[in-house]
Structures are given as C-alpha cells and as structure tokens.
Design a protein around this ligand. Structure first.
Ligand code: ZN
Length: 224
C-alpha cells in the first residue's frame, strides 16, 4: 500500500493522546483528506491525558471532539479494593489500569460510530493491538470484525474499522511512527505514563517500562 495515497475522504480516529492513537492519527492524516479525532472524558485520573490530546490535535490542525463518558465511573472496578483485579502491565494507552471497565473499548468504538455517522464518516481508526494482547478481549481482531458487522446492522450503514496496529508490536509501532515522519513528535508529545508525565514519562510505572522497552527494541531491530 502506498503510504502517501489519500484514497478515502474522511476518518474518525479514536484518540487518547497516547503513543498508539497518536501514531494512528498520523497514519490517518496520510490517507484521508479530513480527519477528526475523538477523545473520551471519563474522569481520567490525569486530566493531563485530555490536555495532551488537545495539544496534539491543535499542533496537527485536526478537529478534536470530546465525548463525556463519565458514566464509566459508575461501572469501574477498582484494583485497590478488589483483590481479583491485577494491575495490567500491558494496558493500552487509553486509560489508567485501575479504572478499566469490561467492554470499555466496545463502548468507545460504539459511541465513536454514532458520532461518525452523524458526520457522514464511515472509517473509524483505532490503535488496538492483538500483538500486545493484554487481556482485553475487545481489543482483538475477531472482536473488531464482529463489532464492525454489528455496527453496520445497528445503524444500517457501512462502517470500516481500521486497526493499523493490530498485528504489530510496540517496537514496530515506533517504526511506523518513524516511517510516517513522526518519531520525535510521538516521543515528545504523547502521554502514556500512569503518573501523567508526558514524553518519556516517570520512567518507572508499568506503562513507561513497556514504552521504553518497545523503543529500545525498535532501536535494536532497525539499527538506529
Ligand atoms: Zn510512568
């Protein structure tokens, strides 16, 4: 596939301001004439996440919409009070590990789809990955395909859910950012750290560890 071909008109990117979704945003900007980013406000522990998303979309000149998902907190388990929940070391970049709700990704994509249809958009871009499969069944390819079918049936509309990171690991996600000319942008502008520190982060939380290991693997794999 030619990286520079803008063969479709518009896309909606599910966007958290993290490494994965920012890479997806850069990916979408290469392919679509018009890109809109949508973020979810669910009372994240770190408002920095939304501020980061705002800053990135402003820098890239991308329209940014925030949907209120505060209701997720009513459903949220808490890893501090429930012993059966293990803090996930491979959490995707869309939230803190102890506020994860079953089916959260399904909910986000479903709300994104409703919004997209209102804007006449069919293509939804999400940074989920099965390669870093972390225990979230609604990040797997089989689920995404199933949801795509369900959304089409639910709204009598032809959605196309694109998952550029589905089969690549963290190292190759850095490689993709590099190929898109956005390596430094993603390194400096994104937030994945659970302690709310942008860029290289606090350096010691599970998310920082994962991000650093991915980056180091990228440097080795591609002899940077
Ligand atoms: Zn950190």
């Amino acid at each position: 596939m030619n990286m520079n071909t803008r063969n479709k008109e518009s896309a909606l990117v599910v966007f958290s301001g993290g490494q994965d979704s920012t890479t997806c945003l850069l990916w979408a900007l290469k392919r679509y004439q018009k890109v809109i980013a949508v973020s979810f406000d669910y009372g994240q522990r770190h408002k920095a996440e939304l501020e980061c998303a705002k800053e990135i979309t402003e820098k890239l000149g991308v329209e940014w919409q925030v949907l209120d998902m505060e209701l997720l907190n009513q459903l949220a388990p808490n890893s501090l009070t429930r012993e059966d929940i293990i803090v996930d070391e491979n959490a995707p970049d869309v939230g803190a590990p102890n506020s994860v709700v079953d089916g959260r990704n399904m909910l986000f994509l479903t709300f994104a789809a409703v919004f997209a249809k209102q804007r006449g958009i069919t293509d939804l871009i999400t940074g989920v990955s099965q390669s870093d499969f972390s225990g979230y069944p609604d990040c797997r390819d089989v689920f995404i395909k199933s949801l795509n079918t369900t959304l089409n049936l639910a709204m009598d509309y032809t959605f196309c859910i694109e998952t550029p990171l589905m089969w690549i690991d963290k190292a190759d996600t850095w490689k993709l950012a590099d190929d898109l000319g956005g390596l430094d942008f993603v390194r400096n502008m994104t937030l994945t750290c659970y302690n709310g520190i942008k860029g290289d982060g606090c350096g010691h939380c599970p998310s920082c560890k994962l991000r650093r290991e991915g980056y180091e693997a990228f440097l080795v794999r591609y002899s940077k």
